[in-house]
Design a protein around this ligand. Structure first.
Ligand code: TIU
Length: 219
């Protein structure tokens, strides 16, 4: 058993029953020319999460902790994209051509994960339709089969896909620790409040720790 220093209180966990989750580190969110920028955001704020994410990824691989990646996106014919999702954001953009290929479409360069945290063999990649990683995916079954109880969570964006995933996971009984410097938002205020919301009310959705505290805990 290990213990991670976290807020609102320290949490015991087992490396063998934990997973490190990387939410949507896709070019479409973190680089100019993708979905995030088309929504009117400055994508540069998201880049700050990548070095800490890369560091915890290396450590998890070193100690044999399960690693899981997710990607938000759709089939090329967009038959799995809710019409309501296609029309929002100010203009119609999912599926349109951008500098990194068709936006949020599986198989395009923009849809894929950045090199710094790219998956390797043995690390499941969950392709999801929505913001949460459990809705319409096999993530819950994979976690059950692997005996996972604790999720350390990194990714983008904090208040959208990370929050939705943590809330879904919390309701399914997982203990979630959000790594504060390895998650990012386009909005500094949402980053601050998003982290507060996780750990408020005695860990209402989960815990918050820094990536260094994760590294220390598994060392
Ligand atoms: N727009 C935004 O902040 N996020 C998303 O649309 N998806 C994810 O968070 N991955």
């Amino acid at each position: 058993m290990s213990t991670v220093t976290a807020e609102p209180f320290d949490l015991d966990f087992d490396v063998a029953s934990s997973a490190l989750v990387f939410i949507d580190f896709q070019r479409d969110f973190v680089l100019p020319g993708g979905f995030g920028e088309q929504l009117g955001n400055d994508t540069s704020l998201l880049l700050a999460a990548i070095p800490p994410a890369k560091e915890v990824l290396a450590r998890a691989r070193q100690v044999g902790m399960q690693v899981i990646h997710t990607r938000e996106g759709h089939r090329p014919d967009l038959s799995d994209c809710p019409p309501a999702k296609l029309t929002r954001g100010g203009k119609t953009f999912i599926g349109t051509e951008g500098p990194m290929g068709r936006i949020l479409v599986r198989g395009s360069k923009g849809h894929d994960i950045v090199e710094d945290v790219y998956p390797i063999d043995g690390e499941p990649v969950i392709d999801k339709l929505g913001k949460g990683s459990f809705y319409a995916t096999d993530l819950h079954q994979i976690l059950i089969n692997k005996g996972i109880k604790t999720l350390f969570v990194t990714g983008v964006t904090l208040e959208v896909c990370v929050h939705t995933t943590v809330r879904e996971a919390n309701d399914r009984g997982y203990e979630c620790v959000v790594l504060s410097d390895a998650v990012a938002s386009y909005f500094p205020e949402f980053q601050r409040v998003g982290l507060e919301m996780i750990k408020a009310q005695g860990a209402i959705f989960g815990w918050v720790a820094e990536s260094k505290q994760f590294v220390d805990a598994v060392s």
